[in-house]
Design a protein around this ligand. Structure first.
Ligand code: GLN
Length: 449
């Protein structure tokens, strides 16, 4: 059914870079054989799964939507993908994204744009736009994305699906192409909070991954207690964020309505402050590009992917392969990172960004001493038109509400709450929780969805 839906809807949506019917049928046949042998099947047996194209699945291309990796075939499978498959998921394909996950619209894919299923003149958000669109279009019930500064939560918001960015270290990064290693987290997209909880259980099964030094074991079950409610819990609202410039009225009203729903369910609303959040975007656009510059140095035209023909020296081959293999935004980030890490400049910006990171992390710690979860917008506005945000700094502001969470390593998710009264497009709210309170966060989402 998923493959048929993909065939029917892909011409209009373009969520996938590669569809994998052979792998899907092989996985389904293996499950059938186990059932025929009288084995009990794993919890997600037969559930179709789409995988962002920065995650390795052996035998498929992992292009990161870049010409640099157009011909690259995964030699192994990422831990996150492996665990979903171990839980019984059927891999239906690899999804489109902003090139190397830099962006908020999926427009920077080297191959084709992905359309928002609600209005195909509009972007699905990004960088995990293909995964969000695939779920929103009913092509697959579950998808994996990655979120370095909002790339799961923002496209989920723009496509009207649930998207979860787990705490940093919850999901293994092994086999996922690195962008900002201290910020990157993998997480699921789904249509309901329960689906996302089931995916989280699958991703956490097996505990810490020895192949990722920052991965930690996660004891909680995501499905048990999901319907426990929020009576007596405290939910933080940040008044300053509700007045943020660029926040659409219809989004502000949706957050207020969600706050009302949480209060009606017995939660107490508490006004809190996150005083250093206004430094989050600036700090992110230092730390992110600095880490990206280091991580993308491996694409040297020799070890992976695109290799410029006809070069007479190694240096020329590397320079020309990078010049022609990378798109504009990927070059911009690397130039920025190279500059920021250069001597003399490093002290001024990188140290300052790290100090801001500490202050933001401390702000959150103080807030989570008072409240169990924080409610705020996920994206400042609903889906925008292709080409509408042509200025990169304007695009960077799409992550106004999502970036600080990655800086602090906390858990967050975006939950759709219907269509906006003005644009009639999906509107979402965001719930944030302290690191490793992810399972509890889902209970708040369950009340709001
Ligand atoms: N939009 C942000 C950026 O361009 C975040 C991307 C992400 O989370 N991968 O860096």
């Amino acid at each position: 059914a998923a493959l048929a839906a993909i065939e029917a809807r892909e011409p209009a949506i373009g969520a996938f870079l590669e569809v994998t019917p052979e792998l899907a049928y092989a996985a389904a046949e293996r499950l059938d054989a186990r059932r025929a042998a009288g084995e009990s099947l794993p919890p997600l047996a037969g559930v179709p799964l789409a995988i962002k194209d920065n995650m390795n699945l052996v035998g498929t291309h992992t292009t990161c939507a870049s010409k640099m990796l157009e011909s690259y075939v995964s030699p192994y499978t990422a831990t996150c993908v492996d665990r979903m498959l171990a839980a019984g998921c059927i891999p239906v394909g690899k999804t489109n994204m902003d090139e190397f996950a830099f962006g908020s619209s999926t427009e920077s894919s080297a191959f084709h744009p992905t359309k928002n299923p609600w209005d195909t003149d509009r972007v699905p958000g990004g960088s995990s736009g293909g995964s969000a669109a695939a779920v929103a279009a009913g092509e697959t019930p579950l998808a994996l994305g990655s979120d370095t500064g909002g790339s799961i939560r923002q496209p989920a918001a723009l496509c009207g699906v649930i998207g979860m960015k787990p705490s940093y270290g919850a999901v293994s990064r092994y086999g996922v192409t690195a962008f900002g290693s201290s910020l990157d987290q993998v997480g699921p997209f789904g249509r309901t909070v329960l689906d996302v909880a089931l995916a989280m259980d699958a991703l956490m099964a097996g505990g810490a991954d020895p192949l990722d030094g920052t991965s930690r074991a996660f004891e909680a079950s995501f499905t048990a207690g999901l319907n426990e409610g929020v009576a007596g819990k405290r939910v933080g609202i940040v008044p300053a964020l509700m007045e943020a410039q660029g926040l659409a009225d219809e989004v502000r009203e949706a957050v207020q309505a969600a706050a009302g729903a949480l209060r009606d369910a017995g939660a107490e609303l508490v006004e809190i402050e996150l005083p250093h959040l206004d430094a989050a975007i600036a700090a992110y656009y230092v730390i992110g590009p600095a880490e990206a510059f280091s991580n993308l140095a491996r694409f040297d035209g020799i070890r992976y992917g695109y290799q410029e023909p006809g070069c007479s020296s190694l240096g020329e081959q590397s320079a020309r392969s990078r010049a022609h293999g990378f798109g504009e935004e990927v070059k911009r980030r690397q130039l920025l990172g190279a500059y920021l890490l250069s001597s003399g400049v490093y002290d001024r910006y990188y140290f300052a960004a790290q100090k801001a990171r500490t202050l933001i992390t401390e702000d959150y710690a103080a807030a989570f001493a008072q409240v169990d979860a924080i409610l705020m917008p996920a994206a400042p506005r609903t889906a925008f038109r292709f080409g509408e945000l042509s200025d990169p700094t304007q695009m960077y502001l799409s992550d106004l509400f999502t970036i600080s969470l990655n800086i602090a390593g906390n858990a967050g998710m975006s939950v759709p709450v219907g269509l906006g009264k003005d644009t009639k497009l999906p509107v979402a709210v965001q719930l944030q929780g302290a690191a490793f309170t992810d399972a509890k966060l889902l209970r708040f989402a369950r009340v709001v969805e």
